[in-house]
Design a protein around this ligand. Structure first.
Ligand code: URA
Length: 233
């Protein structure tokens, strides 16, 4: 009898794995023409895992030596919208997640203003370990971590890439540009096999110091909202 019960339970588990049980409890109509939206493909999760492992195995990096945790990502790896910040601060280093401190609170509000939240987007940073005293990462540190964030973008393959602040902008677009001229416009850019529309906006930490610039950030956010609608994201 017990054997039969175990057998039946295993069969049921197998069945639950085959179907998407999230859909059973969902009252939304099923779009049969769209692939399910709940799990990332094996390839993507494997690539992300490998990328994380290769960052963890970086040698002779003083940032890594002093940090408590790697800060790799937050959000949904299937998202078509990716945000890239500068580097973790103290809270992020504690929790191992990007944008969980004061700047993160503002970022959440910015996302909410355009009907997004961190579960609907994917978030990472140029640098994966906290620079001491929250100083800006050096050119050498940026150079060291650049191949990783570039690969990260390629794996996520976003349709919209939002660069938060000038460190992310200079690292990924070039050192010869200034944020006041570059923000608020779309740039088409390729990262490996990923073709994406990039927009640069002010970093939330900068907006906390310069609240008068929030009106410019709002323009950028509205552009993201519009693009999202146009791209049917
Ligand atoms: N600032 C950043 O650029 N990234 C974080 O994760 C936190 C603060």
């Amino acid at each position: 009898m017990l054997k039969k019960n175990i057998y039946n339970s295993l069969k049921l588990l197998k069945y639950y794995k085959l179907i998407n049980h999230n859909l059973i409890y969902n009252d939304k109509a099923i779009n049969r023409y769209k692939k399910d939206n709940y799990e990332i493909s094996g390839n993507k999760s494997k690539s992300l895992e490998l990328l994380k492992k290769s960052i963890i195995s970086i040698r002779n990096c003083s940032l890594k030596k002093q940090a408590n945790n790697i800060v790799f990502c937050d959000g949904n790896p299937k998202s078509k919208i990716m945000l890239v910040g500068e580097a973790p601060g103290a809270n992020e280093d504690e929790e191992g997640l990007p944008f969980v401190g004061r700047a993160g609170v503002l970022l959440d509000k910015m996302l909410e203003a355009i009907n997004l939240d961190r579960k609907k987007v994917y978030i990472s940073n140029i640098i994966n370990y906290r620079p001491p005293e929250n100083r800006r990462p050096t050119e050498e540190e940026i150079k060291r971590y650049l191949p990783f964030i570039t690969k990260h973008i390629e794996i996520i393959n976003p349709k919209i890439l939002v660069l938060l602040g000038s460190t992310a902008m200079n690292a990924l677009i070039g050192n010869d540009v200034v944020i006041s001229k570059m923000r608020g416009r779309w740039i088409e850019k390729k990262f490996g096999n990923c073709k994406t529309s990039v927009i640069i906006t002010f970093h939330p930490a900068f907006l906390m110091r310069q609240p008068a610039q929030k009106k410019m950030a709002w323009i950028d956010l509205k552009m993201i909202r519009e693009k999202k609608i146009n791209l049917k994201i």
